[in-house]
Ligand binder design. Structure first.
Ligand SMILES: [Fe+2]
Length: 266
C-alpha cells in the first residue's frame, strides 16, 4: 500500500462479465515489468513467492484478471482480492484486510512510470503481493494487522503502519539457502530487488517488533534500512503479541533518527 495523497490514475472496473478489458499497450507494459522481474527474482525472492506465481497462474503475456487471482487465492489460503479505486481510505483498507480481502487498484502504470510510481498499481498489487498471499503466515499476518489497525486509536496507528512497511512491503527473510525477499515493494521493483540484498549503502538489521515500530521511513526512495526475519515463525509470533501495547512502548521510547534526508518541500 502506498501513501500517495493524489493520483492521476483511474482504476478500470470489471464489466458485466466480471472481466476488466485491458488494451494492447497495457498488456505490453505488464509484459515488460513481468519479464524483467522474473529474470531478477530466482535466488532473490523467497520460495513462497516463486510457488505463489505458479499457483496463481500469472503469465507474461497478459494483465491478470482479478476473478482468476481471487479464485486461486481462495483455494490456497481463503484470501481474496477486491478491485478498488487508485487510492482508498486507511479505514477501508484495514476493513478489507480484516475480512481476508486484499484491495487491488486495477490500473497499470504508464510507460513513462515503468520504474517507479508512488501509487500501487496492478503490477505491484498482483505481482508483488498476491503470490505471497498464498503463504499461510503472510496471509494470517495481513488479516491480523487489519483487525488490530481497525481497533487502534488514530494517534498510535501511524506507528503500526511501520510494521506493515518493514514486513509486507519491504521485508527480507533468512532461509536455508540464504537471505531472500518477501516484501512486495521490493518484489515489484527493478532497482530495489538487487539493492535490498546487495547494496553496501543499505543496512540490514534483525527484525525486532518495537524497534520496527520506532523506525521512520520515506516511501519515495530506495530504502536505506531493511529488517530481516529469522524465519516465518517470527512473523507468526508477531500476531500473538499485544500490538497496541508494543505501539505504546515504541511511543514511549521515541522515534529513531532517520537514515534519510528530509523530503524537500514541494
Ligand atoms: Fe503494497
Amino acid at each position: 500500500m502506498g501513501m500517495a495523497k493524489h493520483t492521476t490514475y483511474v482504476s478500470p472496473l470489471p464489466g458485466p462479465d466480471g472481466r476488466i478489458a485491458y488494451g494492447a499497450a497495457e498488456h505490453a507494459t505488464w509484459y515488460r515489468l513481468y519479464t524483467r522481474q522474473m529474470a531478477l527474482l530466482p535466488g532473490r525472492a523467497c520460495d513462497a513467492f516463486q510457488e505463489g506465481v505458479a499457483q496463481l497462474g500469472l503469465a507474461p503475456d497478459h494483465v491478470p484478471q482479478l476473478a482468476e487471482v481471487d479464485a486461486a487465492l481462495a483455494r490456497a489460503t481463503g484470501f481474496g482480492v477486491e478491485a478498488v479505486p487508485a487510492l482508498i481510505t486507511p479505514k477501508r483498507f484495514f476493513a478489507l484486510l480484516a475480512r481476508r480481502r486484499f484491495p487491488v487498484a486495477t490500473f497499470i502504470r504508464r510507460p513513462e512510470d515503468l520504474d517507479y510510481i508512488e501509487e500501487p498499481d496492478i503490477f505491484h498489487e498482483v505481482f508483488g503481493h498476491c503470490p505471497m498471499l498464498t503463504h499461510p503466515v503472510y496471509a494470517d499476518f495481513i488479516q491480523h494487522y487489519g483487525e488490530v489497525a481497525l481497533r487502534l486509536p488514530e494517534k498510535l496507528l501511524w506507528r503500526l503502519q511501520r510494521l506493515f512497511w518493514f514486513t509486507v512491503e519491504f521485508g527480507l527473510i533468512d532461509m536455508g539457502p540464504g537471505r531472500r525477499i518477501y516484501g512486495a515493494g521490493i518484489l515489484s521493483s527493478f532497482k530495489e530487488t538487487p539493492w535490498s540484498l546487495d547494496a553496501a549503502e543499505a543496512r540490514r538489521e534483525p527484525f525486532d517488533l518495537v524497534t520496527v515500530l520506532r523506525t521512520p521511513y520515506r516511501i519515495d526512495i530506495l530504502q536505506p534500512l531493511y529488517y530481516v526475519l529469522s524465519d516465518w515463525q517470527q512473523l507468526l509470533g508477531v500476531i500473538e503479541q499485544d500490538l497496541p501495547a508494543a505501539c505504546a512502548e515504541a511511543k514511549a521510547l521515541g522515534t529513531l533518527p532517520p537514515l534519510f534526508p528530509e523530503k524537500a518541500a514541494a
